[in-house]
Design a protein around this ligand. Sequence first.
Ligand SMILES: Nc1ncnc2c1ncn2[C@@H]1O[C@H](COP(=O)(O)OP(=O)(O)OP(=O)(O)O)[C@@H](O)[C@H]1O
Ligand SMILES: [Mg+2]
Length: 366
Amino acid sequence: MSPDPSGLRAQILERLATVNDPEIHRSLVELGMVKRAEVNDAREASIEIQLTTPACPLKGKIREDIEAALADLDLAAVEIEFSADVTRRRAPDADRQEIPGVRNVLAVGAGKGGVGKSTIACNLAIALAQEGARVGLLDTDIYGPNLPLMLGITERPIVRDEKIIPIEAHGIRMMSIGLLISEEEPVIWRGPMLHTAVRQFLFDVAWGELDYLVVDMPPGTGDVSLSMSQTVPVTGAVVVCTPSAVAVQDVRKAVRMFAQLQIPVLGLVENMRGFVCPHCGEATDIFSSGEAEAMARQMHIPYLGHVPLSPEVRAAGDTGRPLQVVAKDGPIASIFSGIARNLAGQVAVANFQSHRDSLVQIDVPE
Ligand SMILES: Nc1ncnc2c1ncn2[C@@H]1O[C@H](COP(=O)(O)OP(=O)(O)OP(=O)(O)O)[C@@H](O)[C@H]1O
Ligand SMILES: [Mg+2]
């Protein structure tokens, strides 16, 4: 028996070839995202679409577009199943070494301290995990590691087979220098030691299989960023800023640094924009608003979203119970989830672009 007696399967594939991934703007068929398209004798279609991330921000849109494309075919039912493969397909990088099992390294940085990098990194990491991704969180703030406190982790990691075992908490795997040294111990790092420490955190930790390794960067532009960029291929960076007008300069500084290090900027997150009154729920813009968004547009950087100034966020961070966990169904957690999905979408776009660029390099004859 021919696998497609009614010719319906061929028609479905033809229609799917007209449906584009909304972010990459290429057809699902061309991108190899159609993993299965079957029709049974009862004319029921079953389709599997392999997304580039389980946190796909546009899953609903893709479903609608597929349903619309198949609407006039003579089908009794259409079942669409989504799976995900976050694997980067890129040209090998002779200078940098991949971390085995880790698909994407994402740096969270800013032009200056105190803007909420660690808060954003930790809540985004948890939000990505809540979307179904396998996530690690690495605190590279050698001078002031805050993530153990923010995540409420006090246990010391153990070493097995010469690898440090990351601590599992809130659905993610986490490692920080703060877990290895005592709080009061001053750490004086010289350049080469710092480089070695960054290398060890990337390669001597048993991260296992991860879709995203979110890296919380120390304040400012400096040695840690340089070490990271020289050691591993970084998929891209998230720049965190606050809404004041002077913050514009800091963003430019951060973007320039990442450009120098050849790390693409995946997007801007504006933190502490607006204040939501815990009593009446009214939102007030304390600083000016909209500048960061306009700046992102001007610099051609995706604006991933903004997080309001909220006593809840601060309290959650200070007590080691991340907001994304304690207020999982609340309005701010849904903001973090939205930003996480936007970020995952930008990772997919960046990976597609580097894949395409590598193909172009290979395909074009000398
Ligand atoms: N949206 C927010 N609303 C209220 N408080 C916030 C918000 N974001 C961050 N904070 C608080 O601001 C302080 C600084 O945040 P955080 O430590 O995340 O910044 P950072 O950029 O990582 O700082 P550093 O440069 O020192 O590493 C923390 O007390 C945190 O709880
Ligand atoms: Mg920090």
